[in-house]
Design a protein around this ligand. Sequence first.
Ligand SMILES: [Zn+2]
Length: 472
Amino acid sequence: MCGMAGGEYVTRAVRFTLDPTPAQQRMLRSYCGAARFGFNWALGRVKDNLAVRAVEREAGVDEDALTPSISWSKYSLRKQFNAEKADVAPWWSEVAKHCFDTGIIQAADALRNWSDAKHGRRRGHMGFPSFRSKRRPMQSVSFVELNHQLSWLNESRHAVRLMLPQALVQSKDQRVRAKARLLAWVHTVESTRRLYRLVEDGRATIQKVTFSHRGGRWHVSFQVRHRAAHAPTPKPGRKLGDVVGVDMGIKHLATVSQPVPGVSDDDGHVANPKVLAEQLRRLRRLDRRIARSQTGSKNRARLLQRRARLHGQIANTRALHLHALANTLAGGFDIVGIEDLNVKGMSHKKRRLGRHLADASLAELRRLLTYKTADHGHRLVVVDRFYPSSKTCSTCGAVKAKLPLHARTFDCEHCDAHVDRDVNAAHNIAREAVRLHGSTSHEDVAGLRPETVNADSRLCQTDQGDLAATAV
Ligand SMILES: [Zn+2]
């Protein structure tokens, strides 16, 4: 369906830290603002339409005499926006035209997800999308027009193209054009040479380019798709075993079903990096100070900025350790089993910071393992979120009805096993991974189903989805 007939495509994100000039920073900020504007405009349109129809219904207007419902598809929302932009955003030519699209597409997706959840086409409960605030910790803008793949990078190896506003591109004024040339390339901290090569040789295609501001810094992220076989040659992995199960935790970064020298202790626990613990302590202290500070004050603004930077540092620390973990596991085992997202998060109403981090780690580890296992020709198996990995006895298979969250060991009533809770879960995940891998099926084996494919499958579905997504 996605043109993947021949095989194993992998989508991965390649990220660079940017070093924009102040003028480029201003431009990027206004681009993100335009993306937010597009999102809020689309959502506002739909909300108004729903509200008008609700009022009319209340007033007893006949169903077929109601104000017609507007389409929620991104195509028609975009068309509508283009028709209205001169009125609603008279400054539209001061940003690249794709900026608005980012927000409109995201709004259309959010609306469709909500409608899918409401009609049972999607698991879980979901609130109606809400307007986006300027104060969201992460601001971003994406570009998906990618006809000229190489135009995003240049041979200087340290630059990424920034799409320019219509007003600058089309100006006849020499001075304006000179200014445009200065703005068009953003310096990258790392070299982009490897990506340039892959794209140049046609071994990889860029699908999306996202600029984002997070943790006090600007980044660019390329969503790149390539054949798994064409992946950059992996370092040969050290064979460690056939299968490993991974349980992500709070107390430990992760627990693996069999000890891995250099990575875990003898029980299989992979320790949280010490730096992370210190950073988290600082974060909690900072949060308390922010809570006490006065809304709107200079001091508060300063503290918020500091918190954003700290968040960035925490993400980096975690990413570094997860990379190392994913490299070892993907290279060393034929099958790596992990849980689906949100297994434990769902049982918790109130999410604590630690829980939130564990979920984010799991998502990141999964993303990394997806392409790293594919690079090695190994398999990543994602165990269904409804599989009771912590409540099942890994020795005899008996399932407990309840296991309180504070219980650190699993004590089986049937077979007398006393195992560390996380070790028990990791063993179960490994066993379930083997079962799924043996018994099936594309669906459960994420190495076959190119996974970051979340992005991919969304691209595939949109055509159908949009037709179906007209109103509620
Ligand atoms: Zn047992």
